[in-house]
Ligand binder design. Sequence first.
Ligand code: ATP
Length: 228
Amino acid sequence: MKLLDLNGLESFYGASQALFGVNLDVKQGEVVALMGRNGMGKTTTINSIIGLVRPRTGAITFGGKAIFGMRPHRIARLGLGLVPEGRRCFPNLTVMENLVATARGSEWTFDKVVDLFPRLGERRDQYANTLSGGEQQMLAIGRALMTNPRLLILDEATEGLAPVIRQDIWSAIRKLKAAGQSILVVDKTLSELLPVADRCFVLEKGTTVFQGPPAALTPELQDRYLGV
Ligand code: ATP
């Protein structure tokens, strides 16, 4: 079953068109990688899904419901949990407070987040602005999970993080996948992203130019669409 389905999505910033026909879907329980070079439209696609950018044409359904043009808070309530680029935790709240602030539903609890990221347990009373980048990313993921999302969206899952911390993030993503969590993920490190993904979508200039399993994304295609 398709949990999320985008068809022919076109979005603008004012008069400037950023998306020219994005097709993308995530099935229940899948990890889908959204890829493309800088400026190709990944963040705009995510912002269009969650309603921060209002798409002009196309269709978006989530859980079988049309969400095109719906307000962000209503879309979020349907079960979309976002880990935004740059993390954006509440700086003057503690780890515990950040997590409790977004809690909704009963499946994810503070203890369960700490099972996934034990470091957050060690830092529970520390203010978010005193955490390392990696810890803030763990907190941002934990905060999104506390909303009990049907779909977790990670924009730049490991950007700017040290290799060892990146491994912690990927390991958590693998655990979530094993538990059946549906995930849409953007990340620049192909060698780490591809092994986790069930399917990939590649954007070029705001259009979907490839979709398929990671094995079908040959070195030649990677070079064409993702090479620098
Ligand atoms: P990156 O990997 O650099 O984050 P991206 O694939 O996420 O890139 P977007 O940020 O979605 O790409 O940008 C898509 C296009 O929209 C780019 O041409 C960009 O310059 C433009 N754009 C993005 N944000 C805005 C904005 N707030 N106002 C105007 N144009 C924007």
